[in-house]
Design a protein around this ligand. Structure first.
Ligand code: CU
Length: 318
């Protein structure tokens, strides 16, 4: 909440600077050393998946290894690697275009775009995704190649978790996710936005975590409760190594200030308010092709997206 207000009250030029600071303060990659409450960390690789040169491929993961059983999953971060363990990203032609992750009876628990936004649920309180017994991991994985070589890639998942029986898990609560998605509208030039239809929350609770996922030319996503903005997720371009197209890849464009930069980060909101039974949540995805060029594949703009995952700790959930 505070983070959003800081951004919205500044003029455009200082806003750009502020975005970087907001990003630096509000953002902890899971590779950072401190997992709250002594949560254990495990990295699991799924695959390999064949990614044809210049192609687009969708793969389904079924019955994937779970990080833990009878536990709370408190953190998740997706990645993409080549089989030698090196990072597969835009600079070498491989995109984790997007993935949606399910876990057994918990249903959809996570999603990621190529920006690979990390999620930690327990740095603002004792929250996690409760896993009863052993619940296998499933995923829909969409991969894109802008490279000239066919490669094998692995989907990697960094998990943080607490065993139910661990002393540190005392007082932990299960968390639920509300999925908000504008679909896949066709790309076009200009300044425009897409909204979801407001959807009521069935119980009162706390808003613990939200992020946004857009494709290139996306500027930000808002989350609204009863038409009031409660979270703004800003898209940041080329802020980390790997997020700039290789020279000659054909995506250089003057509009993003430096050649060939793509979305590398999306800011997140944490502990950003409460909801009451019947409150209506919707999201809006904003695009501006004057600010950033569209994502291209085989010379054509890719369809757009606007997804927010809103993690809510409902009152009375254990
Ligand atoms: Cu996407």
């Amino acid at each position: 909440m505070v983070r959003f207000l800081l951004v919205s009250n500044l003029s455009h030029s200082s806003m750009l600077l502020r975005k970087v600071n907001v990003f630096a303060r509000g953002y902890k990659r899971l590779i950072s050393p401190r997992a709250p409450d002594g949560a254990k960390r495990v990295k699991i690789s799924y695959g390999p998946y064949l990614l044809p040169a210049g192609g687009m491929t969708t793969r389904l993961l079924r019955g994937g290894k779970a990080p833990c059983s009878n536990c709370y999953i408190t953190g998740m971060e997706a990645g993409l690697e080549y089989q030698d363990g090196s990072i597969a990203n835009i600079d070498t032609g491989s995109w984790l275009h997007h993935m949606v992750m399910t876990q057994g009876t918990n249903g959809v628990v996570f999603a990621s775009g190529n920006e690979r936004t990390p999620m930690r649920l327990n740095d603002v309180g004792k929250y996690g995704i409760r896993t009863m017994g052993n619940q296998p991991i499933g995923a829909m994985i969409e991969l894109m190649s802008e490279g000239t070589q066919t490669r094998n890639v692995m989907l990697t998942m960094e998990f943080e978790y607490l065993d139910n029986a661990a002393a540190q898990a005392l007082g932990y609560k299960n968390i639920d996710m509300k999925w908000q998605d504008v679909g896949t509208p066709p790309a076009r030039e200009g300044v425009y936005s897409f909204k979801t239809r407001p959807s009521p929350v069935l119980r009162s609770g706390k808003l613990i975590f939200a992020d946004g996922h857009e494709h290139d030319a996306g500027t930000h996503m808002n989350v609204y409760v009863n038409n009031k903005v409660v979270c703004k997720s800003t898209m940041l371009y080329g802020r980390r190594p790997g997020y700039t197209s290789a020279m000659g890849a054909g995506h250089a464009d003057k509009r993003d200030g430096a050649m060939g930069m793509h979305i590398s980060d999306a800011s997140v909101c944490k502990d950003f308010g409460t909801v009451k039974t019947g409150d209506r949540i919707h999201v809006e995805a904003f695009y501006d092709t004057n600010a950033y060029p569209l994502m291209m594949h085989k010379g054509k703009p890719e369809a757009l997206m606007g997804i927010s995952r809103i993690y809510i700790a409902y009152d009375g959930m254990m």
